[in-house]
Design a protein around this ligand. Structure first.
Ligand code: GTP
Ligand code: MG
Length: 435
C-alpha cells in the first residue's frame, strides 16, 4: 500500500490560510497575536520547503463547521489559489476530517492542516531509526480516521478516477493494514525504549541535564557552546529531531551529560508527543532542565506556557528548571536594562544569555553550577576499615568534606548527587543525610 504524502523536488507553490482570534485558541487555551501566528505559519511552511504565493487570514470568534474559515473567505481562498496557480493550501489550524474534505472539494487542490504540515517536516528531518519509526507511527495514527480523504488525493494524483473514492471493502483492508503496521511500530519502539532505559541505568556517574524549549530558540547553539561540539544549528523550525547527549564539564568541575532535544510548538500534534515520548525520556529523567526562551520573540511568554504544558504532560514539571532567556543580543541596546529588569522581576533566578556570543554563556554556566550544587546532599557514610577500595570510590562519586576514624570504621562526610545517595543507601553504608 502506498498512501504517502508526496515529497516534491521542486518547491510547491502554496497559499497559506489562517484563522486567528478566539477561534484559534488552542487546546492549551493560549491566545496569540495575529502577527506571530502568521509569522510562525510562514516559518513552518518554508521549513517544509514551500514557496508561499498567497495568504488568506481571518479573525473569528468560533470556527465555521463546514470550512473552519468563513464561507466567503473559503471562496476567496479558492480564487487566490486559481489566481496564483498554487498546488497546495496549508491551513494554520487543525481541521476535522470533514472540514478538510469540504475545503478540498471547494478548492479542487490538496489542503494540508497544521498537524499534517508538522508531521511532514518531521518526516523530512528524521535521521535515526528511532525518529523515523516515531514519525511513521504518528503519521499513520493521524491518517487512520482520514483514509477516505487520502484516497481521494491518490485518485486525483493518478488521474482519471476523478473524485470517486475507494470502495468500502478496499478501505477496510487498508485500515487493517495500517492498524497492523501501528502495532509493529509500537513494538519496535518499545524495544528501543527498553534499551535506552538500560543505558540510562548504567550511566549514573554524572548529572543529567536536558535542554528544552520552543523550536528555534537556540537550544542546539547552547549545546554546542557548552560542549564545544558542532551539532546542526539552523534558522528553521525543527532543525533537531533526535536527542543527542554529550559529556560536559563546567568550569567549576561539575560533570554532566547534557541532552539536546526536539523543539516544541503550539498545538503540537498529540500523536507526535506520544510517539516522541521515548526520545523525550531524557527530559523526564533529567536532574535539571535548561528551559531556553527566545527573549526577542514578542510572544515568548505564550511560547513559555506551551513548553510548560508539554512538560506537565511528560510529568517533568517538578524537575528543577533554569530559565534561560536567550538571544538577548537581539534586544535593542536602549531597551536591554528594562527587559532584564522585567524578566528577573517575574522569574527570579533566570539567566539572560546570548548563545551566538561565547561570552553570553558565562552567567549560564555559573547558574548551572549553583543549581546543581544546591541539589547535592551531604551524607555521612560508614565503611569498615578494611574497605579501602570502597573508600577510594567515594572520592570518585562525590566531594569528600571530612573523614573520621573510630576503632573499627571510617566515617566519611561527602557531598553527592541524590541518585548516589540512593545507591549508597542500597549498599547499607549511609549513616545520616543532611541537605
Ligand atoms: N541573534 C541570536 N541568534 C541566535 C542565538 N542563539 C541561537 N541563534 C540562532 O537561532 C537559530 C536557531 O538556533 P538553534 O540552536 O538551531 O535552535 P534550536 O532551539 O536548537 O531549534 P530546533 O532544533 O529547530 O528546535 C540559528 O540561526 C541560531 O544561529 C542568540 O543568542 N542570538
Ligand atoms: Mg536544535
Amino acid at each position: 500500500m502506498t498512501i504517502k504524502v508526496q515529497q516534491p523536488t521542486e518547491p510547491e507553490r502554496v497559499v497559506l490560510a489562517a484563522v486567528g482570534g478566539p477561534a484559534a485558541v488552542g487546546d492549551d487555551g493560549i491566545g496569540w497575536s495575529d502577527r506571530s501566528l502568521l509569522e510562525e505559519l510562514r516559518a513552518l511552511a518554508t521549513s517544509a520547503g514551500a514557496e508561499i504565493v498567497g495568504e488568506v487570514y481571518q479573525r473569528r470568534d468560533a470556527a465555521d463547521k463546514t470550512y473552519f474559515i468563513g464561507k466567503g473567505k473559503a471562496e476567496e481562498l479558492r480564487d487566490e489559489v486559481r489566481r496564483t496557480g498554487a498546488e497546495l493550501v496549508v491551513f494554520d489550524n487543525d481541521l476535522s476530517p470533514a472540514q478538510g474534505k469540504n475545503l478540498e472539494d471547494l478548492i479542487g487542490k490538496r489542503v494540508l492542516d497544521r498537524s499534517e504540515l508538522i508531521l511532514d517536516i518531521f518526516a523530512d528531518r528524521a535521521r535515526t531509526r528511532e525518529a523515523k519509526l516515531q514519525v511513521e507511527l504518528a503519521q499513520l495514527q493521524y491518517m487512520l480516521p482520514r483514509l477516505k480523504r487520502m484516497w481521494t488525493h491518490l485518485s486525483r494524483i493518478r488521474g482519471g478516477i476523478g473524485l470517486r473514492g475507494p470502495g468500502e471493502t478496499q478501505l477496510e483492508v487498508d485500515r487493517r493494514v495500517i492498524r497492523d503496521r501501528i502495532s509493529t511500530l509500537k513494538e519496535k519502539l518499545g524495544h528501543i525504549e527498553e534499551r535506552r532505559r538500560l543505558q540510562r541505568k548504567g550511566r549514573i556517574d554524572a548529572w543529567n541535564v536536558a535542554l528544552v524549549g520552543y523550536t528555534n530558540v537556540g537550544k542546539s547553539t547552547i549545546m554546542n557552546r557548552l560542549s564545544g561540539e558542532r551539532l546542526g544549528v539552523e534558522d528553521r523550525l525543527f532543525a533537531t529531531l533526535d536527542a543527542t547527549t554529550r559529556r560536559v564539564r563546567l568550569p567549576d568541575g561539575e560533570e554532566m551529560l547534557l541532552t539536546d532535544t526536539v523543539g516544541f510548538i503550539r498545538n503540537l500534534p498529540h500523536h507526535l508527543v506520544a510517539s516522541f515520548r521515548a526520545t523525550l525520556e531524557e527530559v523526564v529523567h533529567a536532574d535539571l532542565l535548561l528551559h531556553v526562551i527566545d527573549v526577542s520573540e514578542p510572544d515568548h511568554e505564550a511560547q513559555t506556557r506551551v513548553v510548560r504544558d508539554v512538560l506537565v504532560a511528560l510529568e517533568a514539571a517538578d524537575t528543577p528548571t533554569l530559565l534561560v532567556f536567550n538571544k538577548f543580543d537581539r534586544i535593542r541596546p536602549a531597551e536591554r536594562a528594562g527587559v532584564r529588569a522585567r524578566v528577573l522581576a517575574e522569574h527570579p533566578g533566570a539567566v539572560m544569555a546570548s548563545a551566538v556570543d561565547a561570552r553570553g554563556l558565562v552567567a549560564l554556566e555559573e547558574a548551572m553550577s549553583r543549581v546543581l550544587r544546591a541539589e547535592e546532599l551531604e551524607v555521612r557514610v560508614s565503611l569498615p576499615l578494611s574497605a579501602s577500595r570502597d573508600l577510594a570510590r567515594l572520592y570518585e562519586v562525590g566531594e569528600v568534606i571530612g573523614r573520621e576514624y573510630t576503632d573499627d570504621a571510617v566515617l566519611v562526610d561527602l557531598r553527592v548527587r541524590p541518585d548516589v545517595v540512593e545507591r549508597l543507601r542500597q549498599e547499607g553504608v549511609v549513616v545520616r543525610v543532611a541537605s
